[in-house]
Design a protein around this ligand. Structure first.
Ligand SMILES: O=C(O)C[C@@H](Cc1ccccc1)C(=O)SCC(=O)c1ccccc1
Ligand SMILES: [Zn+2]
Length: 156
């Protein structure tokens, strides 16, 4: 499908708590595909459903090496439904982040260095993983979007 418009600062959907996904159906797959196409068109390394106006708990993580994080892993995009943080490092690390919903801003944000997380894939299956570094950063950034938090609400 064609990329959707990305909601930007001020759009109420960005400040809502997104609802858990309960129906793992074709509609969810279509929404995830629209998010993927939109993220790709915007050259993002992640995107959360609220950013395309959908207040549901899913996002995409798609780390790739880039000028700010040259050693970031190049990973196949992962659609994470109903994501949770099970455990997080006490150690925090500062790093530059951008946000497709806050165009033109680059802010240094403190994030947990590693996370134990769980999520469901589009078929409803539950997964667990330990994330670290840039991938953990993206996960935390996208999870914030599901809880109505953008970069601007994270300024120390
Ligand atoms: O708004 C979003 O969720 C997408 C955002 C994800 C993100 C970037 C950097 C750190 C954490 C989360 C982006 O992809 S912003 C644009 C971008 O591609 C980028 C920005 C900074 C570093 C690397 C990539
Ligand atoms: Zn963002």
């Amino acid at each position: 499908p064609t990329p959707l418009p990305i909601c930007v600062t001020g759009d109420p959907v960005l400040y809502q708590i997104a609802a858990p996904v309960t129906e793992f159906d074709a509609r969810l797959e279509a929404l995830a595909h629209s998010a993927m196409v939109t993220m790709d068109a915007a050259k993002g390394v992640g995107i959360a459903a609220p950013q395309i106006g959908v207040s549901l708990r899913f996002f995409i993580v798609a780390s790739r090496a880039n000028e700010r994080y040259p050693d970031a892993p190049n990973m196949a995009p992962v659609v994470m439904v109903n994501p949770c943080i099970l455990a997080a490092s006490n150690e925090l690390v500062a790093g530059e982040e951008g946000c497709l919903s806050v165009p033109g801003k680059r802010l240094s944000i403190l994030r947990h260095q590693w996370l134990d997380v769980s999520w469901q894939s589009l078929d409803g299956e539950t997964h667990h993983a330990r994330l670290e570094g840039f991938v953990a950063r993206i996960f935390q950034h996208e999870l914030d979007h599901l809880d109505g938090i953008t970069l601007l609400e994270r300024i120390e």
